[in-house]
Design a protein around this ligand. Structure first.
Ligand code: DAH
Length: 336
């Protein structure tokens, strides 16, 4: 091919593009010239064989062919689609319709907020599966064989003997088995219980688990940490109360109440006139749990805690029925 041929080819190509009658014809022109196996790659190959005097002009013309053809094709493509849009009754110059941004689900918002508060204290997020072994969910957590929570009435068992975890506490077990102390983790996640759904119960809900293990960790550390958490979550004026309680996996165990966010502790309908709202369970890790995971309880101590995210979300946002959180009614969700 010499320069003369190329100039003729360019004319032909531009003409074909200009006269293409519809989008399919235009696409055929594009493929014939600009496609991977089209004329243009062929021409570029040809460049080597062109005489040195003609070569600069040949290269320039080839480039013009490419650029001009591309421009024509682009312009025609949009005129074809404009035409189609006009035929279908669309005015492409109209502004688009704003579809609105979604919001994060309230459960996600509160989970993130709780997680962030503990992250500022150096806790890292740990994860565990929803399907657990009986050992991780109960045995390693020092839960006696006849403990009522093991009952089939309360826990979902799978055919293979595993279960749907009924709390996030098994993440403690997994984490300690896989990591050396010190440990500082927070673990949000789904839990499952055989509860009949009503305004305050759901068979599927969320918890956040926390675990701190090191040498010389004391109940004072637990109180300090959870009091800080309370102030960060509820504001600087919240008061915190620790009541003796029992959990198999901690000794001693406590339940932790915050002053009622509605009456600030004066007593109202929401807190049943007590001034307090129960928020979480906690305690010092039981030595039996340390033995189960292979930690030395003669040198180590730690505290753990667990809280229900739905409960806290409902308290903070004044939601009265837990089912609102699962129905995904946009009129409800868009308020948060
Ligand atoms: N697992 C407990 C529950 O589901 C919550 C809990 C209480 C977790 C005390 C803990 C803890 O780690 O120390 O009700």
């Amino acid at each position: 091919m010499n320069l003369q041929d190329l100039i003729a080819l360019k004319e032909k190509a531009l003409n074909e593009a200009q006269t293409a009658a519809d989008a399919a014809a235009l696409e055929a022109v594009r493929i014939a010239y600009l496609g991977r196996k089209g004329k243009l790659p062929e021409i570029m190959q040809e460049l080597r064989n062109v005489s040195p005097e003609e070569r600069p002009m040949f290269g320039k013309t080839a480039n013009e062919l490419k650029n001009e053809l591309t421009d024509i094709i682009k312009a025609k493509q949009s005129s074809f689609s404009d035409g189609r849009a006009a035929a279908a009754g669309f005015d492409l110059t109209q502004p688009g319709q704003w579809q609105g941004l979604g919001t994060r689900h309230p459960i996600t918002q509160i989970t993130d907020r709780i997680t962030q508060i503990f992250q500022t204290l150096g806790f890292t997020v740990a994860d565990g599966p929803d399907v657990e072994t009986v050992w991780n969910n109960f045995d390693a957590l020092n839960t006696p064989a006849d403990h009522p929570s093991r009952d089939e009435q309360d826990t979902f068992y799978l055919k293979n003997g595993d279960l749907m975890r009924c709390h996030t506490s098994p993440v403690q077990v997994r984490y300690m088995m896989a990591h050396k102390p010190p440990v500082r983790i927070i673990s949000p996640g789904r839990c499952y219980r055989r509860d009949t759904p009503d305004a305050t119960h759901s068979a599927n809900f969320h918890q956040v688990e926390g675990l701190f293990v090191d040498e010389h960790v004391s109940l004072a550390d637990l109180k300090g940490t959870l009091s800080y958490f309370a102030r960060e979550l509820m504001g600087p004026n919240v008061k915190v109360r620790f009541r003796p309680h029992f959990f198999p996996f901690t000794e001693p165990s406590v339940e932790v109440d915050f002053t009622c966010h509605v009456c600030q502790g004066k007593g109202c309908r929401v807190c049943k006139n007590s001034g307090w709202i129960e928020i979480l369970g906690a305690g010092m890790v039981d030595p039996n749990v340390f033995s189960a995971v292979g930690y030395d309880s003669s040198t180590l101590s730690g505290f753990a805690f667990g809280m229900g995210i739905e409960r806290i979300t409902m308290i903070l946002y004044g939601i009265h029925d837990i089912r609102n959180l699962y129905e995904n009614d946009v009129r409800f969700l868009s308020q948060f």
